[in-house]
Design a protein around this ligand. Sequence first.
Ligand code: PLP
Length: 443
Amino acid sequence: MAFRSEKSKQIYARTLGVLIEGSSSSSRGPANFGKYPIFMERGSGSRIFDVDGNEYIDWMMAFGALPLGHAHPEIVEAIGEAANTGAHFATATQVELEVAEMLQRMVPNAERVRFANTGTEAVMAAIRLARGVTGRPKILKFEGHYHGWHDDLLVSSNVMPVSSLGLRSDPVKIPDSSGLNRSALDDTIVVPWNDLEALQVAIENHPGQIAAIISEGIMANMGVIPPAKEYLPGLQKMARANGILFILDETVTGFRIAPGGCQEYYKLSPDLVTFGKAMGCGLPVAALVGRAEVMDALQSGGVLHYGTHNGSRIGMYAARASLRVLTRNNNAAFRHTWRVAERLCSGYRKLFKKKGVAAIMQNVGPMFQVMFTDRPAIGDYREFCQFVDRAAFQKFVLSLFPFGVYASPSASLHSIVTLAHTEEDVDLTLEAAGKALDESCEE
Ligand SMILES: Cc1ncc(COP(=O)(O)O)c(C=O)c1O
């Protein structure tokens, strides 16, 4: 069937007097899609279907929130069971305990668990906790890392012209938004990632002032950028030597890279870890976990963390079912996603070589991203800003849509392999990518 998008266009026109950018988040609007976004209607397994009847293999998977794919039968059943017996009581429930115990089995440092709804909320709680426990004001974050849309860390996480970034030794702090609390960034230190020397200097410049260093295990907001060898253990060691807490933000990597996330994969022992996205398998579920000594400061509101919807019953039922599926048969789901990702990523690399396209594929297991660049690899935020052709990526992704392949058209938002993706999906995607590249070469 020929690709059509008239209905999406019409619905977008209707949104203009009602919704901002046609949706509920700026990353879904026309800025990424050209004239108007594609409106999706339903999903099943690895596929999504739009309002015009087009079918796509979905590699975006709700920004990674669907580790089992769309409408997995066990998730549908779990959500139905909770909905039928009361969506949420905002009281203590046994299912919270069960999910927390599952986290303790999967995640090495999860001595204590606290649930929230979104990655943003979990990170906000982690930061407050770190400040409360250490009595120190400052938080150190890295260029290019995104930790949610709250004020304290909403800085230097967008792609910017490299001339505006300042020196590596003294990066310019670039707020990502208007309207931030004017003093919010006073206590935020920004440092280039994958650079232990820069980290050491920043720590020395603020003796006794830094409550926490927060880092992703894999930089996921600039496509996919893996940590340099020994970088994260080095960071952890420096934090510890200076009485600074190490917060590992696994909102993206959690329940994806390994059962215990980057913490397990890179053999780390952070003080606090935040989870979101994949946890609820499509429902808003997040968690803050960590060492008892630190987490126990949440006791009796010593460090306050509230939330009407924390541990919502529907979310917890979905999380419990999802973690069961992910860990079944000795974590077979993780082996599946890594295997399918390997086929996809090596296929893409061969394709770029065959077609002579200046593009690379960066991935760590099931997190992957195509980058149009003539560099052999992109190793940090500054290289991403300078050397990645984002317009070429957007054009490539939009040209995949008519061939039935969907991903985010934003070059900084990576794609995901889930349990629902098959080798056939990979082969169809590579075929589509070949055709899309041929088309763009002909133009
Ligand atoms: C590493 C990281 N932390 C935190 C967040 C915020 O999560 P949420 O969008 O659920 O608030 C994100 C979102 O993309 C993220 O990538």
